[in-house]
Write a protein that binds this ligand. Structure first.
Ligand code: MCA
Ligand code: AMP
Length: 492
């Protein structure tokens, strides 16, 4: 089944019902019905078709949250396009890799962001596209798509450093959304507050799809701004909120009485994308009277494991496999581990994509007989609850955004005066982890120039919080850096 029949009870069946209120960072708003969304995406689909796009073509976007992004996603679904989301915080270097690999016909962006797009890539201005679309008819354009039809190429690094496009199909997203809507008891009466970025599967595959599949109401913001969060919750009175742990940590700053009033309306708060400390789970319950439901997913697999809606939501665990997912935990030689023992999680199900874009080698390394190797390490308790304990790779997750140290190390090593460099994650009270660089420098090293170089080439969340100078990096006899032997980093 394609995504469109999942959305049609809302797009067509509830056409006159208010669907969405979008709030820009400047405070201005736009309210739309489901019928408006249907018409806008049809007009855009006509425009995209007139610009030559056809089934299977890639179309990238580099945009902050805005309604045009939803139009683009729906138009892509209707035309059988493969939409390539990119993180709005990326800079030219990061975009170049994705855009070279995905070979999209064009990248849709806004005027303020266009300067970051590498030369040689066709750039379509989002406002121009919308102006063209407004002149098109509103009748539906739809190309036949099925379970296996790719709908998105989302870049992720898997268990290795090089970013690869996970080829997600209509069937993958349908399986994910159907399960979440049922398990998390979405109804058209819900009010969902979406502050997550729509270029990741958390905001897109969970947020947008649960909203469209259930026909509930959504308030979308341009981004999460913690200073505004209390006001958003109080005014909108959401029944559902999805966030990364950094957002829940920020929400603890809201005064108790206001938090209690917000909590009385909130029937479901879901955390994912990074580990939620048990202490935050508890503090949120105390403050809001709401027990966070923590779940675990990946770009390649969408959602795999989650705490139950109607039974114990156990702090520090990610819960039980979703109904469409099988999970096995294997040791280093590939044998299943006993309850309580630690191993690597493998998953299988209709949610799991079939492979990476044009990377048969990486696909063969990560998939085996339909099972996907997650790179996440964990254990299962006797009653089935799964706890994650870390990853096989040295991935850093900061505020829910993934950071691969090697990418930062490469840019640092391009700086004159740096002889050696390594980057590790260090604990941070809000973002979970932040990157810290350890550098071995020669006399003419210029730290200020290095910061300028990194700021120009990497997304802001990847910039090291500190540069610790060391005489040498601890290495094994074979020359591999032993990150665990690096001296601790002190904040002050
Ligand atoms: C942060 N910034 C942003 C955004 N988020 N800019 C534009 N759009 C955003 N969404 C920038 C800010 O401008 C600032 O940049 C810097 O990042 C930090 O902002 P700050 O206000 O200090 O934010 P914070 O309170 O630390 O919170 C950060 C955050 C952000 C809002 C929690 O990290 C975030 O949106 N995380 C969501 C990540 C996510 O959706 N991950 C899902 C991955 P400057 O420093 O230049 O001023 S999907 C996944 O992992 C799997 C499948 C799963 O399981 O879900
Ligand atoms: P991504 O590649 O952006 O899809 O990130 C997926 C990774 O995020 C997973 O492999 C996990 O390491 C991590 N992750 C997602 N949800 C959780 C969670 N609830 N607890 C711990 N780690 C998580």
């Amino acid at each position: 089944m394609s995504l469109l029949p999942l959305f049609d009870p809302s797009l067509l069946g509830r056409a006159a019902t208010p669907a969405l209120e979008f709030e820009r960072s400047d405070g201005t708003r736009l309210a739309l019905t489901f019928g408006d969304l249907e018409a806008r995406s049809n007009r855009l689909a006509h425009t995209l078709r007139a610009r030559g796009l056809k089934r299977g073509d890639r179309l990238a976007f580099f945009l902050a949250n805005r309604v045009d992004l939803i139009d683009l996603w729906l138009a892509g679904v209707k035309l059988g396009l493969i939409i390539v989301p990119t993180n709005v915080l990326y800079r030219e270097r990061e975009l170049r890799h994705i855009l070279t690999d995905a070979e999209p016909t064009a990248v849709v962006t806004s005027g303020d962001l266009a300067a970051f797009i590498p030369a040689g890539v066709a750039v379509w201005d989002v406002d121009q596209l919308a102006a063209d679309a407004a002149k098109q008819p509103a009748d539906r354009v739809a190309v036949a798509c099925g379970d296996q039809t790719p709908v998105s190429l989302i870049y992720t690094s898997g268990t290795t450093g090089a970013s690869k496009g996970a080829v997600l199909t209509h069937g993958n997203f349908v399986a994910n959304a159907r399960t979440l809507v049922v398990d998390w008891r979405f109804t058209s009466a819900d009010r969902y507050l979406c502050t997550l970025p729509l270029f990741h599967v958390h905001g897109l595959g969970n947020g947008i799809h649960c909203w469209l599949a259930s026909g509930c109401h959504m308030r979308l913001t341009e981004r999460f701004e913690h200073a505004k969060a209390a006001g958003w919750f109080e005014e909108y009175q959401p029944t559902v909120f999805f966030g990364v742990p950094a957002m829940f940590i920020r929400l603890l700053e809201i005064p108790l009485e206001r938090a209690q009033a917000i909590g009385r309306r909130l029937r479901l708060a879901v955390s994912g994308s990074a580990p939620l400390p048990a202490e935050i789970h508890e503090k949120f319950r105390e403050r809001y009277g709401s027990v966070i439901l923590e779940r675990y997913g990946m770009t390649e697999t969408l959602m795999n494991i989650g705490n139950p809606y109607a039974a114990e939501r156990r702090p520090g665990t990610v819960g039980l496999p979703f109904s469409h997912v099988e999970v096995k935990i294997l040791d280093e030689v590939g044998a299943p581990v006993a309850d309580g023992a630690t191993g690597e999680l493998w998953v299988r199900g209709t949610n799991v994509c079939d492979g990476y874009w044009r990377r048969p080698d990486a696909t063969a390394a990560a998939w085996r007989e339909g099972w996907f190797r997650t790179g996440d390490i964990g254990s299962r308790a006797a009653d089935g609850y799964i706890t994650l304990q870390g990853r096989r790779s040295d991935l850093i997750i900061s505020g829910g955004f993934n950071i691969y140290p090697r990418e930062i190390e490469e840019v640092i090593l391009e700086q004159p005066g740096v002889r050696e460099a390594t980057v590790v994650g260090r604990p941070d009270p809000v973002r979970g982890e932040v990157p810290v660089a350890y550098v071995v420098v020669v006399a003419d090293f210029d730290e200020a120039a290095l910061k300028v170089r990194l700021g120009a080439q990497l997304a802001s969340f990847k910039l090291p919080r500190a540069y610790v100078r060391v005489e040498s990096l601890p290495r094994t006899a074979l020359g591999k850096i032993q990150k665990h032997l690096l001296p601790p980093w002190k904040t002050s």
